[in-house]
Design a protein around this ligand. Structure first.
Ligand code: FES
Length: 501
């Protein structure tokens, strides 16, 4: 065994020489966005002591300066012997939910789970009081086979679907067991667990439920079996009492899953007299517009820019990420999560940075960066023209999706009484910056951060009969943006930034 030291996590591990670093670092929370294929540079580590010889992929992906400073791609190496590494990414902030809500009490305990492609959040509830008894959050174990949904689909298509199913079922089963153990240890309660409700996007639904993923990989991207799936713990290999019902709620369409269905219910959109919208700005921007009469939803190929992916120095909202950019007296300054040196730019920082560039006229309304090729933000982190382009693609797709759904109701986005921004990004984004870049063109007073609506909706579902959720899902009509003849024109228009900032 050899010692692997990790900083700044201050961890020391005994590792057999020859073990792939991906296998050692993944359980420590290090993500491998391209699934360890050597394409993305997201798994960078810096060698502080020991040797990792530079490989071919590192000659392409890393600059000479980075290589000389000791940066390497963890996915390209195995444990050589004694080694000390600095991790470029650590700390995961996973949004749980503490919203109070009205409910009709039921007997026993229930577990709500939000199965995201990146993160998983789960809560154990006392169904008689509605109290949250225990919480678990984790990074999705499937991420070792690809950071985003499409790389997960690709892995599944190349023979990996059973492996992804095994990983996710095992992980959720372990989380459920830990929730029950934590409750017994700290609360001394022995109520019986009755139900587990899981929500997630359509790909997560298929991978968990064992539905063939192939139709999701090609046009028209229709799910093969989008309905609610029901299991016993025994069928899943879970160590839970007999009689517990585990349900994955139904999907709404190709790339609109039960996480959005849960969001619709959590925001009360399905019961509202007024027209409202729900926007979830993850890897695929999902947009819903509706009220108690009619609900339309769509997914937009927004790309993962809002999660800091495909940005030249992009990273998730973790320590070292620039999460806020402000302009004072013509000077730009960036706030770094956790203090210390800036290491990259996360989604909220990207929106702020572009808004700052527009304010200083460094970025033109058409997206071109004036004079210089890059805009320094903090330390070694800069905004580059391709980052601006990625943001334009993402925000243009989402804004166009919202506009087209509103158009189907015969209204404009200014007529929406409320726009709920779901997910972590919705919570941390500066609404003023989102307005400056043209992502939110409606009055900001109508825009509300809604938190983890997927988890909140899953908790609602614990108190209701599953059939009711099937009925709500059937009321939601999925719209394909490409079928709208005005989509390309509106998309192109929305990619631009508002002129007056
Ligand atoms: S280069 Fe993508 S995970 Fe290593």
């Amino acid at each position: 065994m050899a010692t692997l030291k990790l900083s700044p996590a201050d961890l020391q591990l005994d590792v057999a020489p020859g073990t792939p670093l991906q296998d050692v670092l993944f359980p420590q929370g290090v993500e491998f966005p391209c699934g360890g294929r050597g394409h993305c540079k997201g798994c960078r580590v810096k060698v502080l002591k020991g040797q990792l010889p530079v490989g071919e992929d590192e000659k392409i992906l890393l600059t000479p300066g980075e290589r000389e400073s000791g940066w390497r791609l963890a996915c390209r190496h195995s444990m050589p012997g004694e080694l000390e590494l600095e991790l470029a990414q650590w700390e995961a902030a996973i949004l749980s939910d503490q919203t109070a809500f009205a409910f009709t009490p039921r007997a026993g305990l229930g577990i709500a789970m939000d199965l995201g492609s990146t993160t998983i959040a789960a809560q154990l509830l006392d169904l008689t009081t509605g109290n949250v008894l225990a919480v678990q959050t984790m990074l999705n174990a499937q991420a070792r086979h690809g950071g985003d949904i499409m790389s997960r689909v690709e892995f599944a298509l190349h023979g990996g679907q059973m492996e992804l199913q095994r990983l996710v079922r095992e992980q959720l089963g372990e989380m459920a067991s830990r929730l029950l153990k934590a409750n017994l240890k700290f609360k001394q309660q022995n109520s019986k667990l009755n139900r587990v409700v899981i929500v997630g996007n359509t790909v997560m639904h298929h991978l968990f439920c064992g539905v063939n993923i192939a139709p999701m990989a090609a046009h028209p991207f229709q799910p093969q079996q989008p309905g609610r799936c029901k299991f016993s713990p025994g069928e899943l290999g879970w160590d839970l009492p007999d009689g517990v019902v585990v349900e994955f709620l139904p999907c709404l369409g190709g790339f609109v899953g039960s996480d959005i269905l849960a969001g619709i219910v959590a925001c009360g959109l399905h019961a509202s007299h007024e027209l409202m919208a729900l926007m979830d700005l993850g890897t695929n921007g999902e947009v819903v517009v509706g009220n108690r009469e009619k609900i339309l939803c769509t997914s937009t190929a927004a790309g993962p820019a809002f999660e800091g992916a495909r940005i030249s120095q992009g990273m998730r909202a973790a320590t070292g990420a620039i999460s806020e950019v402000t302009v004072e007296a013509g000077l730009i300054s960036g706030r770094v999560l956790g203090g210390g040196e800036a290491r990259g730019l996360c989604g909220s920082g990207l929106v702020d940075a572009v808004a700052a560039g527009l304010e200083l006229n460094w970025i033109q309304p058409n997206g071109h960066m004036a004079n210089r090729g890059e805009m320094p933000l903090a330390g070694p982190v800069c905004l580059r023209p391709r980052d601006v382009r990625e943001l334009q693609l993402a925000k243009g797709a989402i804004a166009a999706g919202l506009k087209i759904l509103a158009k189907q109701f015969g209204i404009t986005i200014h007529d929406l009484k409320k726009v709920h921004l779901a997910g972590a990004f919705g919570n941390y984004i500066s609404r003023a910056s989102a307005k400056k870049i043209g992502l939110l063109r409606m009055p900001l007073a109508n825009v509300v951060p809604a938190g983890n609506t997927a988890l909140l909706g899953a908790k609602f579902a614990l108190f209701e009969d599953a059939e009711k959720w099937d009925a709500i899902a059937q009321r939601v009509q999925h719209i394909s943006l490409n079928d709208d003849e005005s989509f390309q024109d509106i998309y192109a228009e929305e990619m631009g930034f508002p002129a007056a900032v």
